[in-house]
Design a protein around this ligand. Structure first.
Ligand code: G4P
Length: 525
């Protein structure tokens, strides 16, 4: 395995509250690296065109990112793998799983709104995994909150020490640029800077007498604030950043392509290359010669013409070569990976090799499920891919009984993808769908009609909660399942699940059955 290939990989996601500017920034990152030539402007996306990162039809209808996608591009010597995440919180489960496949994240915050609910939730996931975060405070070309207050809010709400790398000079109509604290350099803002050749004007230091004359009071205020923060905030500590305890903060305006280069440079300089990942059996080092990978996402029918299903695999170790024989640990089956795609900006291309940190897509017809580990033969199972207990439950029935088979097939597919959770009551009856967000049901309905020509009736189920039940003693688990047969169901992975109409039911069951564990989270293992 070529260590230099490994070292130059940066695999990351952009996370934000909807409307903070994630799509705009993603596009500018691609534009900046030369991966795409023109930005499909966000306005354009919402009418006729749509961003390179949005694939599904439903996206165009709703203007939200449903499906995550992957983009690989080169920036200088680095190979960047950018994993897009759905912005809408109803698809947060998908986002959580994508975050298991990255080594770092960019958090975009709308400078006018500060830290918002969705940012908090996503950051919690990053924190629990100790994912290093680079913070980008966006929309400085508008009236935003005071930078000092924003930093304070990040520290208070997100629990990470915010270390400013740049500091804004003015805001809104008075936005003049940023002062790069680490390089003692001012970068002057020019609105509408959509092109990349127009080099940014720079000035040395804040002491420049010309700067004071040109930019007036904003310049003086920046000087004062920078003095204040460099005295008050902690010095940047790379180890603390890699542990997720410190976050470098950059200010800018994505739409004006301002501050984007700094994000890429910071990512290359500081974000970690792929590191060791845990399996049930042992840690796997990325520099190991043999290939291993994990399926963190399955998406069906991205290209309706082909009706394919693509498993997204993060390469964890070794070198992937097209045509190699890969073993799926769960089933023990081996297949040849002849048809493999990489995601180069907006194109899907056939590739011949990939390295740790890269994402490859393998089209398949059900061989690969979410959480699967692929190896050259060793029995390994990567851990940490989360499934959350759903919060909303609906029953689903087919309108035309002749289409029942198609419904079953479609739901199995959706379950494997993790698009929705499907529970089959052990005593039979209507299938129960479980979701974290209401929109997931709408997507299911839409996709059933569009992709499978199945019309369904979806109605509220009487359940409010579910728990995956496990027990060290299989006989005890069987006794429990028999006693509660009317409440038991199996999920897509055949994991026994207890369905409750009320939280107190779970408490009572727990008291009566102390050896049974009621799990809110299921990790694929
Ligand atoms: P998202 O993916 O996080 O949901 O955000 P997206 O990029 O779609 O951006 C949301 C809105 O914010 C877009 O406005 C976009 O043009 C705007 N925006 C993004 N970056 C900047 C920036 O640096 N400055 C300013 N002023 N705006 C920015 P929109 O949907 O086109 O229209 P509207 O919401 O303004 O009506």
């Amino acid at each position: 395995m070529s260590v230099s290939e490994l070292k130059r990989r940066r695999t990351f996601a952009v996370i934000s509250h909807p409307d903070a500017g994630k799509t705009t920034l993603t596009e500018k990152l691609l534009l900046f690296s030369g991966a795409i030539q023109i930005a499909g402007t966000v306005k354009g996306r919402k009418s006729s065109r749509f961003a390179t990162s949005d694939w599904m039809d439903i996206e165009k209808q709703r203007g939200i990112s449903v499906a995550s996608s992957v983009m690989q591009f080169e920036y200088g010597d680095a190979v960047m793998n950018l994993l897009d995440t759905p912005g809408h919180e109803d698809f947060s489960e998908d986002t959580y799983r994508v975050l298991t496949a990255v080594d770092a994240a960019i958090m975009v915050i709308d400078g006018a709104n500060g830290v918002e609910a969705q940012t908090l939730k996503l950051l919690e996931v990053c924190r629990s995994r100790k994912t290093p975060i680079i913070t980008f405070i966006n929309k400085l070309d508008r009236e935003v909150r005071q930078p000092l207050d924003l930093l304070d809010e990040i520290e208070q709400h997100l629990g990470v020490a915010a270390v400013p790398f740049t500091w804004p000079i003015g805001m809104g109509k008075e936005f003049q640029g940023v002062y790069d604290i680490r390089h003692d350099q001012v970068r002057v803002f020019r609105a509408g800077q959509e092109t990349l050749d127009g080099a940014v004007e720079t000035l040395q230091g804040l002491g420049d007498a010309d700067g004071e004359r040109r930019f007036g009071p904003a310049w003086l205020r920046t000087r004062e604030e920078v003095e204040l923060i460099t005295g008050a905030s902690p010095a940047f500590d790379k180890e603390a950043f890699l542990r997720g305890d410190q976050s470098p903060v950059l200010f800018g305006s994505a739409i004006n392509n301002f501050g984007v280069k700094e994000i890429l440079d910071t990512m290359v300089e500081l974000a970690p290359p792929p590191s060791a990942r845990m399996t049930v059996q042992r840690p796997v080092d990325p520099a190991e010669p043999k290939f291993t990978g994990v399926v963190f996402k399955v998406q069906a029918n991205m290209d309706l013409a082909h009706r394919d299903r693509v498993a997204f695999i993060r390469v964890c170790s070794g070198r992937f070569e097209r045509g190699m024989a890969l073993k799926v640990s769960r089933t023990g089956k081996t297949f040849r990976a002849n048809n493999v795609v990489a995601f180069l900006s907006q194109r899907r291309e056939t590739i011949s090799e990939a390295y740790p940190g890269d994402i490859i897509g393998i089209p398949n017809h059900g061989t690969l499920s979410l959480g699967d580990t692929l190896t050259e033969g060793e029995d390994l199972q990567f851990i940490g891919l989360p499934f959350f207990a759903p919060e909303i439950f609906q029953t689903i029935e087919v309108v035309d009984p002749m289409r029942a088979k198609q419904l079953g097939e479609a739901l199995r597919q959706f379950g494997d993808e993790g698009a929705i959770q499907v529970f089959r009551p052990v005593l039979g009856g209507s299938l129960v769908l479980g979701a974290v967000g209401q929109l997931q049901f709408e997507v299911v309905k839409h996709r059933l009609a569009a992709e499978y020509k199945v019309e369904v009736r979806i109605s509220p189920a009487r359940y409010r909660m579910s728990r995956w039940v496990t027990c060290d003693d299989p006989a005890e688990l069987r006794r429990f399942s028999d006693s509660y047969a009317a409440r038991m169901a199996l999920d897509a992975a055949d994991a026994p699940t207890y369905l409750a109409t009320h939280g107190s039911e779970i408490e009572v069951a727990q008291k009566l059955w102390p050896k049974i564990v009621f799990n809110e989270l299921r990790e694929r293992s």
